[in-house]
Design a protein around this ligand. Structure first.
Ligand code: HEM
Length: 456
């Protein structure tokens, strides 16, 4: 006998189903579905059926099934309207052409260079701060990760050339993200999106033209995208180069900014963890020691903290696939034509995997507990399987550098005590959070500009 389809969560309204609640309070909806039906249940977004699947077996199926059966391209059409046919937004053959090309850009030797750039950019920022003051951390780190992305992916000159106008245009792209509405509807937010994208292309084009005209002068990420051959010996065409740049700098900033800010906020909310992290920084790379690859690997406490932030505050928390062939999840079959989604808000909080899952407890990732190692699909803040985030190491390195450099130079204190999660339909992030900072007494009034990046 064939299996039934997943049972519907309560609260579906006529015509819209759960769409309004999905927009306004997705965690509440998902938690109710889980409480009512367990690991596999349905919600309805207008006339679209969506299966929500939880637990490591189901998460494995979600991430490991082929694109042919559980398709990643179709549910993310709202991203394709911005970024065009890049990576998983492209048809499968085109994706398979681009994937090795892109993976090459994030290989270890390139990453070592990015980590150097990250240190320079973060130290430059710290050098601009007064000895004491207050800052709105979420905004400040939002700006900082844009600086890092621009300097890593475009190089310092081109990053200066695009200026703030380029980055400010991302706000219109983010505001347009909407998995529920057809992305070509004539709505003001979609018109703004298209105008912003066109202007971004206009800003990038002369930079690319200059690079093409003088290829021997450059050797960096941007030059690789423009000049390197794909696996068939062809260069990427102009449109794809432009789309990839806009796409990488998007992927590289919003998500990272959110988790970087949560890392600092959660540390300040948990003084015992903060103390361990600060002691580690003092041992591994006290100010102004340069963080070389060997030192980078010694930041265990920071790494556990960053994993715990990924578990409790994942910034990319709406991962979907379109079901193109009936697929079994546990006791149910999800029919062709449905969407399927995983849910970190439950999947990352399963008590059978994570002890006292609501607690902020980075040591759960230490080798003696290694709760995430119980299953390959226990932690999936960066996704899993073939589509696992290409920029994961980049993002984790960046969060490590920001945390280490900021905390070794400044004592911080939360002024805002009630930070909450701001959820939209794109990446989520902390609400505005004011932090009081004070340069450590021993480091005051020193000329920190030169030494921080070069000394060892
Ligand atoms: C904290 C920061 C980040 C988070 C939380 C994050 C999260 C994710 C997630 C969850 C996916 C999988 C989507 C799915 O399966 O539906 C993904 C894919 C991807 N991410 Fe990230 N990401 C981050 C940073 C970055 C950075 C810095 C880059 C590069 C600039 C990047 C580039 C990509 C790419 C290219 C893919 C597609 C991989 C493929 O399909 O082959 N991400 N990311």
């Amino acid at each position: 006998m064939s299996k039934p389809t997943p049972p519907l969560t309560s609260g579906a309204k006529p015509i819209v189903g759960h769409a309004l609640e999905f927009r306004s309070n997705r965690p509440q909806l998902i938690e109710r579905g889980f409480a009512e039906h367990g690991n596999v249940f349905a919600i309805k977004l207008a006339n679209q059926n969506v299966a929500v699947v939880i637990g490591t077996e189901n998460q494995k199926t979600f991430f490991m099934e082929t694109d042919k059966r559980l398709n990643i391209q179709e549910p993310y059409q709202f991203l394709r309207a911005i970024f065009g046919d890049i990576l998983f937004l492209a048809p499968h053959d085109e994706y398979m052409r681009q994937r090795p090309f892109v993976q090459e850009l994030f290989k270890r030797d390139k990453m070592l260079h990015y980590v150097d750039v990250m240190q320079e950019v973060v130290q430059d920022w710290l050098d601009t701060l007064e000895d004491e003051g207050e800052m709105e951390l979420v905004k400040e780190l939002g700006w900082l990760v844009q600086e890092v992305a621009g300097n890593c992916f475009l190089g310092p000159d081109a990053h200066k050339e695009i200026g703030r106008e380029f980055w400010d245009l991302y706000a219109d792209l983010s505001a347009s993200l909407d998995p529920l509405l057809p992305p070509d509807w004539p709505l003001p937010k979609f018109r703004k999106r298209d105008r912003a994208k066109a202007r971004m292309i206009e800003i990038l084009q002369p930079i690319i033209a200059k690079r093409r005209a003088n290829p021997e002068q450059y050797d960096d990420f941007l030059q690789d995208i423009i000049m390197k051959d794909d696996k068939y010996g062809n260069k990427l065409d102009e449109e794809l180069v432009l789309n990839m740049l806009v796409g990488f700098m998007f992927a590289g900033h919003e998500t990272t900014a959110g988790q970087a800010a949560w890392t600092i906020i959660l540390l300040l909310q948990h003084p015992d963890v903060l103390e361990r992290v600060q002691a580690e920084i003092e041992t591994v790379a006290p100010y102004p020691v340069y963080i070389d690859p060997k030192r980078m690997l010694q930041f265990d406490q920071i790494t556990y903290t960053i994993h715990e932030v990924e578990r409790l505050r994942p910034s990319a928390d709406l991962l979907m696939r379109t079901v193109n062939e009936d697929t079994e999840f546990g006791d149910y079959v999800v029919p062709q034509g449905w969407l399927v989604q995983v849910a970190q808000e439950i999947g990352h909080n399963l008590p059978e995997l994570f002890a006292e899952p609501q607690e902020f407890d980075p040591l759960r990732f230490a080798p003696d507990r290694a709760e995430d190692k119980q299953d390959r699909f226990a932690l999936f803040g960066f996704g899993g399987g073939v589509h696992k985030c290409t920029g994961m190491n980049f993002a984790n390195n960046e969060m490590t550098i920001i945390t280490a450099l900021l905390l070794r130079e400044f004592d911080l204190e939360l002024v805002t005590q009630d930070t909450t999660i701001v959820r939209g339909l794109g990446a989520n992030h902390p609400s505005p959070t004011v932090v009081r900072y004070r340069r450590k007494p021993t480091l005051r009034n020193q000329d920190v500009m030169e030494t921080a990046v070069s000394a060892d």
